[in-house]
Design a protein around this ligand. Sequence first.
Ligand code: GTQ
Ligand code: FE2
Length: 365
Amino acid sequence: MKPVENVHREAEALEGIVPTVDLAAEEGRKDFYGRAKREHLAPLWRVLHGLVTAKPVTRAAPAIWHYADVRPYLMEACELIGAAEAERRVMVLENPGLPGQSRITQSLFAGLQIILPGEIAPAHRHVASALRFIVEGKNAFTAVAGERTMMEPGDFVITPSWTWHDHGNEGSGPMVWLDGLDMHIVNMLATSFREDMGGKAHRLERPEGAAPAEFGNNLLPVDVEHRSQTSPIFNYPYRKSRESLDALQRTRAPDAWHGYKMKYINPVNGGWAMPTISTWLQLLPKGFRSAPYRSTDSTVFTVVEGRGRSTIGDQTFDWGPHDIFVAPSWMAHTHQATEDAVVFLYSDRVIQEKLDLFRESKEKA
Ligand code: GTQ
Ligand code: FE2
C-alpha cells in the first residue's frame, strides 16, 4: 500500500485535471512530462480546471471572533510588548482555513490594534491602504498626512496609500480598533514599498478638522483638485453615519437582503471611499431576518451595537457588540437581529467591480 501522504499528494495533483484526459494513457506520457519539466514546461491539461474553476474556490472558512474572548489577549499583549517596540501592537485575525497567512479572507487582512495611554505608534508610510474601525476607548488620535483626527467608537478612519501616519493615546484608558488592510493585494502584484520615519510622530501641517470642513458637508472647495482615488475625508464619524441610518429607517421599509445598508463614499467622485476596500454601515432592525444573499466578495463584519445571529454556509454564529465574523466568497448568508443592530462591513468588492469580476445572487426568503 502507498503511504497515506503520497496518495493524498497524487489526488491533489490530479485535482485540476481536465476530465476528458485518459488517465490510463497518462502513464505513457510520464517521460514527456519529466523531460518537459527540466525545460520549465508543464502540461496545462493536468491543471486547467484547478486554475479556471467552475465557481469561486477559497480555503477561507466562515468564522467568528467574540470580542470577550479576544480582549484578554490584547491586554496580555500590552504587558508583553510596547507599542513602539512592536511598531504596531496588533493581534491578527487569522482565518482558520488560512492559518499563518495573516488573512481573514483570501485577499484582506484584519487585526485588532491596541494602544495604551501615553503610547505612540510611530510614523511610517506604505503603499498598502488601511482602514480603522474604532472598537473602544476615547481621546486617542490618528494623524494622517499632516492632519490629526480624534477617534471614537464606531468611527471609520482611512489611511490612504503612501501617506505618513502615526497613532497616539492621550486618554486614560486603552484604545482598540479593527485594522483592515489590502497588503495581500499589493503583494500579489509585487508593488509594496514602506518607509519608517524613525520612531517618532510626523509633522502636523493642518489644524484638526480641516478635512471635514472642506469635504464633510456635501460642499467642495470651488477649485478642488484631489488627485488621489481615496476619499479626502479620513474620518467618517459614527455619530453622523448612525444618524443617517436612523433617518433612512423612518422613510422606507428595509431591503429584503440588506436591511438598511449604506456604502461609505468619496465626496469628490461619488465612488467608494477607498480604491481597494469597500465599506458599509448596515442597520438590521429588531426582528428583521434577511433573505439569503451571496456575492463574490468575501466580507468581514464587525458589530457596533445590538445582537443577532448569522448563518454563513452551514454555520450559525450568535453575535453581539464588537464581535467580528467573516463570510467567504460565494457562500450564502442570512442575518437575524434580536435587537436593533448596527454592523460595519468591508470587502474587496470595489476591486472586483473595477475588473468586471463582481457577481451577486439574491435568493427569495
Ligand atoms: O496602524 O499603521 O494592523 O501599518 C498593519 C499595518 C496596522 C498601522 C496594521 C499597519 C498598521
Ligand atoms: Fe501603517
